[in-house]
Ligand binder design. Structure first.
Ligand code: SF4
Length: 219
């Protein structure tokens, strides 16, 4: 019988994953449920080594039900491909799963309402590297304040997990001079992934489950 990382039978794990996706699709926990066309849980394999987390779905994402499909998404795909990372091998999602009206930033309350979905996704996937694109995911998951200019291209170890901070691809659309910097950051991310390739999938000694880690962080 096939097993996933936690020795859970594969069919049980797939059911759990699908159940989570369905929960997100019908979620009414915050006011964004009223204005969305559809929720956007994320796309990619539930066994991905790399998870990319953005801020929130935009107009195109809201219409198509998939994250990073607009112009910023096209740039993200290009940057991944240039660095030799296949987009299909990555799980891509956002801090909040529904589009905020006029693409405004999600409020703290909306982020909080949606947080457990993201944590459950990460718990399920157990990625080697979590890439945070832009300020909102960086603040939400690392609780690190600071400008993207100072934080981008850096990796952070938290509770035995590796986070990597990058500019949001939309930043490269507004400011073309950032694109070469974003290309360099993507190459760094690729190297980081390669570094973790042989480190196995076992939970490290003393490492908290993500849900416990993030609930401690909030205290
Ligand atoms: S943003 Fe998250 S918490 Fe709010 S309705 Fe959508 S899925 Fe639910």
């Amino acid at each position: 019988m096939l097993f996933v990382k936690s020795d859970e039978p594969m069919t049980q794990a797939s059911d759990r994953w699908e159940k989570l996706r369905q929960e997100i699709l019908v979620c009414q926990r915050c006011p964004l449920a009223q204005s969305r066309t559809q929720a956007v849980p994320g796309v990619g394999p539930p066994t991905a080594r790399l998870v990319i987390i953005g801020e929130a779905p935009g107009y195109r994402e809201d219409v198509q039900g998939e994250p990073f499909v607009g112009s910023a998404g096209k740039l993200l795909t290009k940057l991944l491909e240039q660095a030799g990372i296949k987009r299909e091998s990555v799980f891509i999602t956002n801090v909040v799963k529904c589009r905020p009206p006029e693409n405004r930033q999600p409020t703290q309350s909306e982020r909080k309402s949606c947080h457990s979905y993201l944590i459950r996704q990460l718990e399920h996937i157990q990625p080697k590297v979590i890439a945070l694109v832009g300020r909102v995911p960086t603040e939400t998951l690392l609780e690190t304040r600071g400008s993207m200019g100072a934080l981008h291209g850096k990796s952070f170890e938290r509770n035995g997990r590796t986070f990597f901070v990058m500019y949001h691809p939309a930043a490269g659309l507004y400011n073309q001079t950032l694109v070469p910097i974003m290309e360099e950051d993507m190459r760094k991310l690729k190297k980081l992934l390669e570094k973790t390739a042989d480190s196995g999938d076992q939970q490290e000694e003393g490492q908290l489950p993500l849900s416990d880690f993030f609930s401690n962080q909030k205290k």
